[in-house]
Write a protein that binds this ligand. Structure first.
Ligand code: PLP
Length: 379
């Protein structure tokens, strides 16, 4: 019998493994349920858990806990934030590389959307923003802090300064950045900032929106007075408490998370030497994300080859409901031709240099076979 290779998970940007701290906190809540709105002991205990979590999540991003509401995830937090900054504006400028949670929500709204272009490195173009703001109308903008596909970090603080100088507002999707780099909402100048628990080791189906004065979110629906009436409905206490524990642990393991770039860059150098292109390579990037492409070896085949060898990564394309379509992010960077061949590997605080090197070994082995086959076909 051949020994089974251990599974190596390098798809943390899709979802991060649940942190033990989050699991333990959630199990404790599931075993002792209470409604945070109830005045009895069980209710008060649930309320304490929710408020402790709120403080922990707020601390991760330098937000004020009284200005942070829990949601069902990053998608809802983005919708709530976009609606808040869009109140009374003439146009909504949306960076071309935003996640569908932002892009599709913006397009479905009533405010006219304008696409804010990015440079070939995948960085939002600040010159374009300056020129656009010169028109003098009142605008809001959406700019993510780090891109989910390339890991490219966006010039959020500079964009916020430009927008605020013209009475504009900025919504920031920090779903991929939080827990992988230091995030300070005040220093960034974000008016609203969206987070998702499962990208930093909390459970799926929990998120949060932090908002700065004087922005006041408008609830997406009506109901009870939970979450200051901004997000009505009985709180998902277990998920929220798990989110809080994960945020606390993420803050504590930030040094490990930021050290990821050593393994990632060593792997990237080997892939590059074999002919792969590294997307966003010259921009500031999250330390954990590697987006590469090599013409001739389609993304889905790369994913399958790696999966068969026990390494789990993503195609570098927007994927939902099992359908893969070319990445609008790479298209926006002028790399649309590479999109069918793009691959994303993403680690986390527990990923070791040896894991990145195992990924490079297997990828190089697969690519050597594909190249050899192509050479035979041509001959
Ligand atoms: N924003 C970004 C940048 C993401 O990567 C994701 C998830 O992939 C989301 C928003 C949506 O978050 P959630 O899955 O919690 O709804």
């Amino acid at each position: 019998m051949t020994a089974q290779r251990p599974i190596l998970y390098l798809d943390w940007n899709a979802t991060a493994p649940l942190r033990p701290e989050a699991r333990a906190a959630m199990l404790a809540v599931l075993d002792a349920p209470g409604n945070p709105s109830s005045v009895h002991g069980a209710g008060r205990k649930a309320r304490d858990g929710v408020e402790r979590a709120r403080a922990e999540v707020a601390a991760l991003v330098g937000a004020a806990s009284e200005r942070l509401v829990f949601t069902s995830g990053g998608t809802e937090a983005n919708a709530l934030g976009l609606r808040a900054v869009s109140e009374g504006v003439d146009a909504l400028l949306v960076s071309a590389i935003e996640h569908d949670a932002v892009m599709q929500t913006a397009r479905a709204g009533t405010v006219p959307v304008e696409i804010w272009p990015v440079t070939p490195q995948g960085v939002a173009d600040l010159d374009w923003l300056s020129v656009r703001l010169g028109r003098g109308d009142r605008v809001a903008a959406a700019l993510m802090l780090a891109n989910n596909e390339t890991g490219v970090i966006q010039p959020v603080a500079a964009a916020a300064a430009l927008l605020h100088a013209t009475d504009g507002r900025l919504h920031v999707d920090a779903v991929q950045a939080a827990g992988k780099m230091a995030v300070d909402m005040t220093a960034l100048g974000a008016d609203t900032l969206a987070l998702s628990a499962h990208k930093l080791g909390g459970p799926q189906g929990a998120g949060a929106l932090a908002f700065a004065a004087p922005v006041r979110p408008v609830p997406l629906w009506r109901g009870g007075g939970q979450e200051q009436g901004l997000r009505p409905g009985t709180e998902n206490v277990a998920a929220i408490v798990g989110f809080g524990a994960a945020a606390g642990a993420a803050l504590a393991t930030l040094p490990e998370a930021t050290r990821q770039s050593a393994g990632r860059d060593a792997a990237a150098a080997r892939l590059k030497a074999a002919g792969a292109r590294i997307l966003g390579e010259d921009a500031l990037r999250l330390p954990n994300t590697l987006c590469l492409a090599v013409p001739g070896w389609p993304s889905d085949r790369q994913v399958m080859w790696l999966d068969l060898g026990g390494i789990q990564v993503s195609a570098g394309a927007a994927c939902s409901s099992g359908k893969v379509r070319p990445s609008p992010v790479l298209e926006a960077m002028g790399e649309g031709a590479l999109a069918p061949f793009a691959l994303r590997a993403s680690g986390g605080h527990a990923t070791e240099i040896a894991h990145w090197s195992a990924f490079a070994d297997l990828w190089l082995d697969g690519y050597a076979r594909v190249s050899a086959r192509q050479r035979t076909e041509v001959a």
